[in-house]
Design a protein around this ligand. Sequence first.
Ligand code: GLA
Ligand code: ZN
Length: 649
Amino acid sequence: MRIGVDYYPEHWDRALWEQDADLMQKTGVKLVRLAEFAWCRLEPREGEFDFAWLDEAIDLFAKRDIGVVLCTPTSCPPLWLYEKYPDAVMVEKDGQPTRTGIRGHRCINHPAVIENSRRIIEAMTKRYGQCDAVKAWQIDNELEAYFCFCERCNGKFRKWLKNKHGSLEAINRAHGNVVWSNEYSSWEQIQPPYGHYADAWMNPAYMLDYSRFASDNVIEFSNWQAALIRENSPGKPVTTNVWYSGHMPDFYREFATLDFMAYDNYPVTRLPDDPEECFSHAFHLDMMRGVKRKPFWVMEQLSGGMGCWAPMSRTTSPGMVKGYALQAFAHGADTVLHFRWRTANIGAEMHWHGLIDASNVPGRRFEEFADLCRTARALEDVRGAEIRADVAILISFDSEYAFKIQPQTEGYYYFEQPQRLHRAFTALGLNVDVIGQHEDLSGYRVVCAPELYVTDPAVSERLHAFAEQGGTVILTTRSGVKDMNNNIIMDQLPTVYRDMVGAVVAEYNPIGADTVPVRFEDGAVINGRQWCDILEPEGAEVVARYDADFYRGKAAVTRNAFGKGVVWYVGTVGRQALYDKIALATVREAGLDYVPDLPPQVEVTTRVADSKTFRFVFNHADAPQRFRFEGRELTLAPFEMKVLKPTDR
Ligand code: GLA
Ligand code: ZN
């Protein structure tokens, strides 16, 4: 495992650089990330570059055997660019331009942004492309599937639609534009979703295409940068750092052309009071590993209390700096860079805490970081170790976008059931892969495909085949609702999955914040929330029934033998216990090796390297836990990770 930090030489007195680099070296830092916001210092005036300071910084680190991740600074074009091209900013939903003074505010389609980005990227890659100290490139910073409402972006959207659908008639058909007399008769009538109304007032078919366009648009920008970097820096890995945001580009497409996946990981510093809340970042980490189905990097890792645009959060409690980094490692991150070396004493992010306080006096958090570096060294031989999983959870960005566009019921969001299923299977000590819906399913025993709302026939066919050949599939509410255009499939739910589910949804009840008791055959009663599919079995066995309302006694959860396999259907959004119960039944039936009786908030993962099996046991609670694990007594402090002595596999 390799540890690094995010560092901003341009923010600090030159006199500090050397001290910082010395301390980094002494502590065991192997990588620094540099320059993602430093454009105004790299090119103070149009076409005039100043690389002297960066040369010096890179050199300083290289001498201490610290590698560099160099970033393209395109997230923040300097003010001279906006002075010359005032319309190079993004345009907001109300048609008003964004103002300068913040970051990430450039329109990525503005010719001056493109042209100036090209120049700075070429200059940087020519200078540093072959430099030994440069270990990887980061494109921009936290690119999102931005909605920019400028005319250029709108023009691109029109082209995107034309390319996809061919003609206005085809778009009108696909989007169902006859509704509310929205049929296009010229290309100019196509507009971005301006306005003050919630997006849900817009046509959902149009909105899904717009969301896909926004994702493709930023991916095109990222791909363009990647190609440019590779011209002068062949062989050096290129990535970009993403976060789990409200505007995620389709990560599967975004990283297809990049060399590795990089994630910005900020787990909570205050654990929620409600034990039902899915707060562990285990899900996010597995999802990020699943993007390329390979070990990934954490490009920014939590170091202290967070704040700046929001009020400050609690600081990282003892154990979190080290434990959360090791948790990332246990889930497949081989390199973790902490954000940031030192808390800023200037700029908007002074309240977002680094490893060292702004006073520059290393304290408790730094000591813990130093300890992490020692542990990381000891774990060097686990780097690159594989994570094999029998259980997979499928993710669809189309469905995530479509849920955002049309809220289902109050409080119902796309990622809830994937996270609950993930928590249910990981609570059994199993590795779980979280992967794109288009991935190959061979090798898995259990595949959870929650809420495949936007129906891709290729995916439903693959799920059919998987179950037929003996796999277990878990489907949920809101499966098979929409076609690829985000229009309703005119058939009884769960439409294309009906045969494999062996049941039909006779009626549904979107209950929102209400609850309904669901009674299992063994007598257990667990509440359902948000949604009730009232199921009529057509061959499936009833596992649980509603115990209230006009559908008392009707099926809520079913299980169907299909081909050589089994298909479950979960017709309500349950409390966690519901998923726990289904996961346990599934795992037992599939004969998977699981860990019974793990205490809550203990996470176990397994990595395999050179025929050695490493077990990672993590206490995610803010209290110590003592329990028996595979024949031994374990005591874990809050947020402590134990890596057990490897066993031969
Ligand atoms: C993000 C950004 C960083 C910084 C941190 C914390 O992850 O990439 O530049 O803003 O959040 O504020
Ligand atoms: Zn734009």
